[in-house]
Design a protein around this ligand. Structure first.
Ligand SMILES: [Fe+2]
Ligand SMILES: [Fe+2]
Length: 361
């Protein structure tokens, strides 16, 4: 049956008077303003040779139908002007009135996606994935551990990490002279830009494998994504203390290009090597942050015992309002110890074993 909607779709409202029926194909040819044919329902022989005007709506009726339709039912035909994702930036800004700016210039998110614009962004970490929140006992009882490598793959992973560590320490002259705040923050920033890569590459590789093979993933992807984000939050925290130079940014770009390429190929060849590699990398991270804590408690970084923790860190790790940089480094070290055990565990599992770590654990 020829309906007003069908005519509207071809933009033929203005041509209704010129529409005729072509028999016997039971299609409508529009002489003006519409290209092609509209198929009619087969059981309407009486339409043949009749003018459409007798059976279709007039322009006024079409307009009336459209108006009523728009007023009453946006689920079937969404009006772009009513949809959030079609709204202009100006319209979104108007809708953001529900966002409450605090005195410190930070924003409180009130729920709707339109509550937030670039002019009043939510604080960093607002959209964080679940992650462990450490108790005081857990924070204080992190120890340096080492899993002895067993087999060729483990040894390759272990010696690769050792080589990288020695080279990096030498290049950055980390062990020469006093370990100042500048040295520590730059080191943390750089290492965390690298540490955030493996989880994301591994998660993407497993995700694509699941899609390609039409098989389930066995629950690894979320843990890997959580690790990647956790490392990135370490970076975001360090960036609260110091803004890197252009030279530093250049080094980060170069390192990312090299490391992403290496790790992507390595993960396709041997996930076991990669998780063991990250396990040993995290062993080094625990050693590094333990050294940092020693410098804070009894070395050149004593001022971090009293220096306020960044707001971002307090929110992310749910620290006390009066938390200090020492508390932040303790939390980061506990995260690294967690990555250490997670990656050594994943390296020891078969690729289709179930991930024992639940979201946020
Ligand atoms: Fe980290
Ligand atoms: Fe880590």
């Amino acid at each position: 049956m020829l309906t007003s909607r069908m005519l509207v779709r071809c933009g033929a409202e203005n041509a209704l008077k010129n529409v005729t029926i072509i028999a016997p194909s039971q299609s409508v040819k529009v002489k003006q303003g519409c290209v092609g044919h509209l198929h009619l329902a087969p059981a309407r022989p009486t339409l043949c040779s009749a003018t459409v005007r007798n059976y279709a709506a007039t322009k006024q009726e079409v307009d009336e139908h459209v108006r009523k339709y728009k007023e009453g039912n946006f689920d079937k035909i969404p009006d772009p002007e009513r949809l959030e994702h079609f709204k202009t930036h100006e319209a979104l800004k108007t809708a953001s009135s529900a966002t409450v700016a605090t005195a410190a210039g930070k924003a409180k998110v009130t729920g709707s996606t339109t509550d937030v614009t670039n002019d009043s962004p939510p604080p960093v970490g607002t959209h964080a994935l679940p992650h462990p929140i450490w108790s005081k006992d857990e924070l204080d009882n992190v120890v340096v551990t080492h899993k002895p490598p067993s087999g060729v793959v483990d040894k390759m992973a272990f010696y690769s990490v050792k080589l990288m560590r020695k080279s990096f320490d030498l290049l950055t002259l980390f062990d020469f002279g006093e370990r100042t705040e500048r040295k520590w923050v730059l080191r943390i920033c750089f290492l965390e830009t690298v540490a955030g890569v493996p989880g994301m590459v591994a998660a993407m590789t497993r995700h694509l494998t699941s899609l390609r093979r039409l098989e389930r993933d066995h629950g690894w992807i979320h843990t890997l994504l959580e690790e990647a984000e956790n490392e990135r939050m370490h970076l975001m925290t360090a960036l609260q203390l110091r803004q890197p130079t252009r030279l530093f940014r250049g080094c980060v770009i170069g390192a990312q290009g090299i490391f992403v390429t290496f790790f992507s190929f390595a993960y396709m060849l041997s996930p076991r090597f990669c998780h063991r590699f990250v396990g040993y990398l995290e062993e080094e991270a625990v050693i590094t942050y333990t050294k940092c804590i020693k410098d804070i408690k009894d070395g050149p970084m004593k001022h971090w015992q009293t220096q306020e923790a960044p707001d971002l860190a307090i929110r992310y790790w749910k620290l006390d309002e009066n938390a200090t940089m020492l508390d932040v480094i303790l939390a980061i070290r506990a995260d690294e110890a967690h990555h250490r055990v997670v990656n050594h565990t994943l390296a020891s599992l078969k690729e289709d074993d179930y991930n024992p770590y639940k979201p946020g654990k």
